[in-house]
Write a protein that binds this ligand. Structure first.
Ligand code: G16
Length: 542
């Protein structure tokens, strides 16, 4: 027996999607009606859903399966004809984008809090991706938020739970649910972009790598692609089984949280290449033996070598990066004679550029790299592109990156995060910075060219986004950027991005913290970080 019920409800405050969807503690999502209200607000805001197909899946974190059962019943009650669900509720964010595009569905719902920890006391998240495969743009997320604030009912089917672990189709009321293999379509897409034969040959010739899936969603993808299709030694994939709490870890691929991988890549006898991905598979960190590649440099190096990869052999249309990402990719774009775009933080801002054919590669300092093959950043894609470049150039990661610096100069770069600080103090700090007029002033010997709060007008659809981060740009091109994270769930996180251009190869080997020491001090003093937040040192440095 199945029957559609209309349930009376009242709005919850704060169902406002952040940088990438709505992210809250599990306990918040588990409250009666909380998830339902948001899902109904999505369905009410995206146009007529009757007869349409929706993709649903998530990163496998705690509450994923519970939420999927609710979404299926609500999709059926709202008139969707079909929902495609990844087996076991699993679907990496880039694979979701791939499937939405391939099967031309009416978008998808992705359940993830990305790199945030998972488990009963940790984080959960939900976002809607549009039919083009990318995160909903601000006009839609604002409409969803507005709807969530006046919602008074939602529709849900009264029915039992479906088996999400068996491939095949089932009925839910009038709707068809298809449980599909979450890896197959994505793996096929990767195989169409990269020279799998060359990478396989490299592994056969003794090339070794480690991939840390951090007990998050990329495990099954990495085992299938790296070990089965490319012939990497079994065991290449570490922490490859997705767990609801990510094994108690923090599935954020950076030098602090992916320390197992960093250790594995250290010292003699270490593998040639190391990489990690995050909770939902869209981020990546890339390492060589004893060598860390900053995400900004990674984008630049991949862009400079893209034509080695079959999918990009014809060249790039343009390169896009988020504002806080270093200008290293811009130097490659200039050399290639293609446009370089600077957008606010958030992958959603790349969508219009990719759709309009204005950019092929995009990237962000926050360990995100991707291309026009999907509309999300893509962790494994970046790993495969690196593998293709390494197989093509037959050099080490360190040699490729240092040669890149010799050719283009080095944008020395670091990000300092102050996590979990008091929200009011963080807002006060940003207000203080916003009020400063620094143009022409000298700060410890650096003259300020300009300072502003970054605003962006989308060159394709003309939409305007303001207050996207405070920039202090110096006359020599050095730069400090201050931003508050839009993805945290506790207090506020202040991010400080510091960058200086170094043309002299003799200085390229310097530790970035040392090379940037004077700018780091200027940043701390200017914002009064310690006085305002009580923190003398950042929580995470990348
Ligand atoms: C999300 C967005 C990214 C963005 C990042 C910034 O990443 O998808 O495009 O760069 O947030 O995070 P914050 O606002 O904390 O600096 P993810 O991987 O969390 O979806």
């Amino acid at each position: 027996m199945t029957a559609v019920t209309t349930v009376a409800t009242t709005p919850f405050a704060g169902q406002k999607p952040g940088t990438s969807g709505l992210r809250k503690k599990v306990a918040v999502f588990a409250q009666p009606h909380y998830l339902e209200n948001f899902v109904q607000a999505v369905f009410d805001s995206i146009g007529a859903v009757a007869g349409k197909t929706l993709v649903v899946g998530g990163d496998g974190r705690y509450h994923n399966r519970t939420a999927i059962q609710v979404i299926l019943k609500m999709a059926a009650a709202n008139g969707f004809a079909r929902v495609m669900v990844g087996r076991g509720g699993i679907l990496s964010t880039p694979a979701a984008s791939c499937v939405i595009r391939k099967y031309q569905t009416f978008g998808g719902i992705i359940l993830s809090a990305s790199h945030n920890p998972g488990g009963p006391t940790e984080d959960f998240g939900i976002k809607y991706n549009i039919p083009a495969g990318g995160p909903a743009p601000e006009a839609i997320t604002e409409a969803i938020f507005a709807r969530s604030q006046v919602i008074d009912r939602y529709r849900i089917l009264e029915a039992g739970n479906l088996d999400l672990d068996r491939l095949g189709t089932a009925r839910l009321g009038e709707m068809t649910v298809e449980v599909f293999d979450p890896v197959a379509d994505y793996a096929a897409l990767m195989e169409s972009l990269f020279d799998f034969a060359a990478i396989r040959a490299a592994f056969q010739a003794g090339f070794r790598m480690k991939f840390d899936a951090m007990h998050a969603v990329t495990g099954p993808y990495a085992v299938e692609i790296l070990e089965r299709r490319l012939g990497a030694t079994p065991g290449t994939v570490m922490n490859g089984v997705p767990l609801e709490d990510f094994g108690g870890g923090h599935p954020d691929p950076n030098l602090v949280h992916a320390h197992d991988l960093v250790e594995a890549l250290t010292g003699e006898g270490a593998p040639d290449f190391g990489a990690a991905s995050d909770g939902d598979g869209d981020r990546n960190m890339v390492l060589g033996r004893d060598f860390y590649v900053t995400p900004s440099d990674s984008l630049a190096v991949l862009a400079a070598n893209a034509t080695l990869c079959p999918g990009y052999a014809k060249g790039l249309k343009g390169i896009a990066r988020s504002m806080p990402t270093s200008a290293a990719p811009d130097r490659v774009a200039a050399k290639l004679g293609i446009p370089a775009w600077e957008t606010p933080t958030g992958w959603k801002f790349f969508g219009t550029l990719l759709d309009a054919g204005k950019a092929t590669l995009c990237g962000e300092e926050s360990f995100g790299t991707g291309s026009d093959h999907v509309r999300e950043k893509d962790g494994l894609w970046a790993v495969l592109m690196w593998l293709n470049v390494l197989a093509g150039r037959k050099q080490s990661v360190a040699d490729i990156v240092t040669a890149h610096w010799r050719e283009f100069g080095r944008n020395v770069y670091s990000r300092h995060d102050y996590e979990g600080i008091d929200s009011a103090a963080a807002d006060g700090l940003m207000e203080h910075l916003r009020g400063l007029d620094l143009k022409g002033k000298s700060l410890d010997g650096y003259t300020v060219a300009f300072n502003d709060d970054f605003a962006y007008t989308d060159p394709v659809d003309g939409s305007v986004s303001v207050r996207q981060g405070i920039r202090v740009v110096f006359e020599d091109g050095s730069r400090i950027v201050f931003r508050l994270s839009g993805t945290g769930t506790e207090g506020a996180t202040l991010r400080v991005y510091i960058e200086r251009y170094e043309p002299d190869p003799a200085k390229h080997g310097l530790d970035p913290q040392a090379a940037l020491a004077d700018l780091i001090k200027i940043a701390r003093d200017l914002a009064g970080i310690e006085a305002r937040t009580g923190r003398a040192e950042p929580t995470v440095i990348t």
